[in-house]
Design a protein. Structure first.
Length: 272
């Protein structure tokens, strides 16, 4: 198993960002095609009524020109004889653009940076994970590399976690060691040993080596306990199923996916 194509979001008006550096290095690691995608939406839906006004046309032309310039820069900087790159851009909602173009890729890479929340130019991570139909690697602010020394799988016996493990196999095969961890509420210990053993066996059959298993109690929230484990174990990649409960329920009452988007200091691969 491998990744043959990677899709990375590019902001037309910002520097490349750490997530782009990660995407380039992963493209080299997997000998994969690197596809840059930029979407830029009009500022106001109300302005659509003025779509044929001269100023509106000029604004759209300028936006398209900036997208084209960014595409030329992307191809010039990252395209080499050994690295194939492609560029795609559209004057449309960036979340919709990334979700639509994800059909061309095995893995989507976006920034989870809090400073990049202009949703007219940057995709919403939650919607992207929910709708892309592809695994999404979310890089936090300030993260520009993915060493793949120690990876962790946040296990829960639900469909989303099973999907995440399958999607992450190429990365887990590259990791020096992998820990599978299940966060348990009181009374959930029965069966955890067998569940973790089954997941470890599955991964070992796919060439993932040096696997350890941990069942840990939830001290505060599942996310807090998981983040503490990440720090204690020096983890540099987390694999997790996203929104095992409804997204509405997570945002209303709290949930691990939401908290990891906000607080994770390391790259997270999410799948839904």
């Amino acid at each position: 198993m491998s990744y043959a194509s990677l899709l990375v979001h590019i902001d037309a008006e910002r520097p490349w960002g750490g997530h782009v550096s990660i995407a380039v290095k992963l493209a080299d690691r997997f000998d994969a095609c690197l596809i840059g995608i930029a979407g830029w939406a009009p500022r106001s839906v109300a302005e659509e009524a003025l779509a044929f006004a001269p100023q509106r046309v000029r604004d759209m032309e300028e936006m398209q020109s900036l997208l084209d310039q960014k595409g030329n820069s992307f191809c010039a900087e990252f395209g080499t004889s050994d690295r194939k790159v492609e560029w795609r851009s559209v004057l449309d909602d960036p979340t919709d653009a990334v979700i639509r173009e994800a059909r061309a890729a095995d893995l989507v890479i976006i920034s989870g940076s809090q400073e990049q929340k202009d949703l007219f130019r940057a995709p919403d991570p939650a919607s992207t994970v929910l709708k892309a139909g592809r695994p999404v690697l979310v890089a936090p602010r300030g993260c520009a590399s993915l060493a793949l020394r120690r990876a962790a799988v946040a296990w829960k016996d639900v469909r989303e976690a099973r999907r995440a493990i399958v999607d992450a196999v190429p990365l887990l095969q590259q990791a020096q060691s992998v820990v599978i961890v299940e966060m348990l509420d009181a009374g959930e210990e029965d069966g955890a040993t067998q569940r973790l053993k089954d997941v470890a066996t599955y991964l070992s059959r796919h060439g993932v080596k040096t696997i350890t298993q941990q069942a840990r109690p939830i001290d505060a929230t599942a996310a807090d306990s998981l983040l503490r484990m990440i720090e204690e174990e020096n983890i540099d990649l987390l694999v997790a199923g996203a929104y095992g409960h409804s997204r509405l329920g997570e945002w209303a009452f709290g949930g691990m996916t939401r908290d990891l988007f906000r607080q994770s200091p390391i790259c997270c691969l999410f799948a839904h």
